[in-house]
Design a protein around this ligand. Sequence first.
Ligand code: URA
Length: 234
Amino acid sequence: MESKRARLDRFISAKTGINKKHVRLILAKGQVLVDGEVARDIDQIIDEFSHVCFDGKVLQANAPSYVMLYKPVGVVSATVDDKHKTVIDLLERDDKQSLHIVGRLDLNTSGLLLLTNDGRWSKKLMSPDHKVGKVYRVTLKNPIDESYIAAFANGMYFEFEDITTLPATLEIVDDYTALVTLVEGRYHQIKRMFGRFRNPVIGLHRLSVGAIELDPQLAVGQSRDLLGTEIQIA
Ligand code: URA
């Protein structure tokens, strides 16, 4: 999801229908406020969260939203779906239609799902360059052993995409449970990685994304706004 950046004069012209020459005059006269400050520079770049006021009228006042949801199994990580309930259906907030999903989870995966309307924030979190770790608790059908650790750390070649997965950490919790940390999000990645061992995943739950942990106070299907500290540390 791209963030919407625009030059101030173009934005005002598009919003008001006033031609750009006249907009320059309006700016020169100090009739425009951006985030409460007089804006005179036509080259000023604004984004979708800049508060823009012209002649006492608000032209734009979008607020950024950052949400964590405890996604249940059986709910689809999409904004619309004709078969299943979507994660958006679970939210009770006026701005829910403006939100996009930051890193989908499969239908039968539960746990931490982030949603936002801030394209720059989500891009940073999801970019492979930032190597943000996502931690999953994985329950397996068959026992696991130490050989899995090196296989996950070395990466696995996926022929379909012609890529080798980035080093992943696997920690054995007990014979049938592991904690896996991925820094990317390939299609069904965890299931396919355990598939190499012919070991089906029977439970998958995301515990954290970067430093943001699923709030233990949230019941399945509940959501809350992220705290300022969580937004910063992500
Ligand atoms: N890996 C999977 O296979 N599924 C998910 O939902 C997340 C990671």
